[in-house]
Design a protein around this ligand. Sequence first.
Ligand SMILES: [Zn+2]
Length: 197
Amino acid sequence: MPDLMDGVANFRRDVFPAKARLFARLATEHRPTTLFIGCSDARVVPELITRSEPGELFVIRTAGNLVPAHSPAPDGTAASIEFAVAVLGVRDIIVCGHSGCGAMTALAEGRDLSGTPRLASWLRHADASLARAAAGEGTGEVTALVRANVSAQLRNLTTHPAVARALAEQRLTLHGWVFDIGSGSVGRLETPDRAGV
Ligand SMILES: [Zn+2]
């Protein structure tokens, strides 16, 4: 493992001093404007690709950027969504998929996930994504599934009561993105407000 404490020392020495006033404010203030839901993939770094500063993004990262639909059962993702929308009052939610997603590739290629039963179970939250991709005309199976999955997860988001309420009161906007790792570009998808996701 690389010595991450070297990175911490570097941060304290070279980065923190330049942002000391920002961190002093953030020590007592947490008012992000955007909830970013991305994949846990190490190559997709929300603050880097959006050039966001500390305090600006409330981030949830899950395997395959999946957002389970609302259910009464305890759910950490749902709790974080509710906190971001109902308490922090974020104005925008981005669901961001990405090229080369391992989760989407496993699903698109029908890989045997019996050795990782928790992952297999989690990826069932992409069942609707698979159905959408199968019905569409994608440029490639994984690419089509990544896009369909972002749309499906945006739809799942709308089942969460806090999100549904904020959308009804027109104080929240949903966005679908796909980050291309090789080129660094971000493609934007049609969102529920415009396309009836
Ligand atoms: Zn991924």
